[in-house]
Design a protein around this ligand. Structure first.
Ligand code: PEP
Length: 238
């Protein structure tokens, strides 16, 4: 079973419920789990639209605490209450744009588990780190520092230089990192690939050994593209 996740980032209004309605109408893709992570403002609305269907709804970030004086933040418990089943933590846009450390990402992942959500922990090297030959050491450090101690979680390997750029690593580069990551995780932990996944390159990326699905940004905003990516998963029957 591959997991195909849409990360809407800071896109979407109430009318965007039509995207989830289209995914629901299209019916399940056998062998594939679909998860849509909209901005927090839309979690409850989309969860209502997807209720009882094959589409799950997640979120993009959470605060480590269950409640408290944290203006503007959202607790994992609130996301669960709104109908989320998963939450992305440690996306590079938060690690870089909000100076999030591995320790904070770990606290957020643990908070997600406390609330009954499955955290999707993002890791990945910058272009400078790849060019310096540091990819595996960066990924090892992020794994050591940002994964929860126990419990269920998903890892997403997203090279920072591949996010929103149209550039992707070669299948060999993806294979190297995914094998490295998988060897450091409990058996059966899904490891997603993320970074410019499109209908045209999804088949090749999803067929790489130890790739358990995709984290999709831009292409997840168009139901046709998101479904084409899901249909490209090995073993998928649309
Ligand atoms: C992402 O936001 O996690 C991502 C991979 O974006 P894109 O697919 O647009 O590169």
């Amino acid at each position: 079973m591959q997991l195909i996740v849409g990360n809407w980032k800071m896109h979407g209004r109430l009318a965007s419920v039509a995207i989830v309605e289209a995914l629901v109408r299209a019916g399940p893709v056998e062998g594939v789990e679909l998860l849509v992570c909209p901005p927090a403002t839309l979690v409850a609305r989309l969860a209502e639209a997807a209720r009882g269907s094959h589409v799950a709804i997640g979120a993009q970030d959470c605060h480590p605490a269950p409640e408290g004086p944290f203006t503007g933040d959202i607790a994992a418990e609130m996301l669960a209450d709104a109908g989320a089943t998963h939450v992305i933590v440690g996306h590079s846009e938060r690690r870089i744009g909000h100076a999030e450390t591995d320790a904070l990402v770990r606290d957020k992942a643990s908070a997600a588990q406390r609330a009954g959500l499955v955290p999707i922990v993002c890791i990945g090297e910058t272009l400078a780190e790849r060019e310096a030959g540091e990819t595996l050491s960066v990924v090892a450090r992020q794994l050591a520092g940002s994964l929860p101690e126990t419990g269920r979680f998903v890892v997403a390997y997203e090279p920072v230089w591949a996010i929103g750029t149209g550039r992707t690593p070669t299948p060999e580069q993806v294979a190297e990192v995914h094998a490295f990551v998988a060897a450091r995780l409990p058996e059966g932990t899904p490891v997603l690939y993320g970074g410019s996944v499109k209908p045209e390159n999804a088949r090749g990326l999803l067929a790489v050994p130890h790739v358990g699905g995709a984290l999709v940004g831009g292409a997840s905003l168009t139901p046709r593209d998101f479904l084409a990516i899901a249909a490209a998963a090995p073993g998928a029957i649309a």
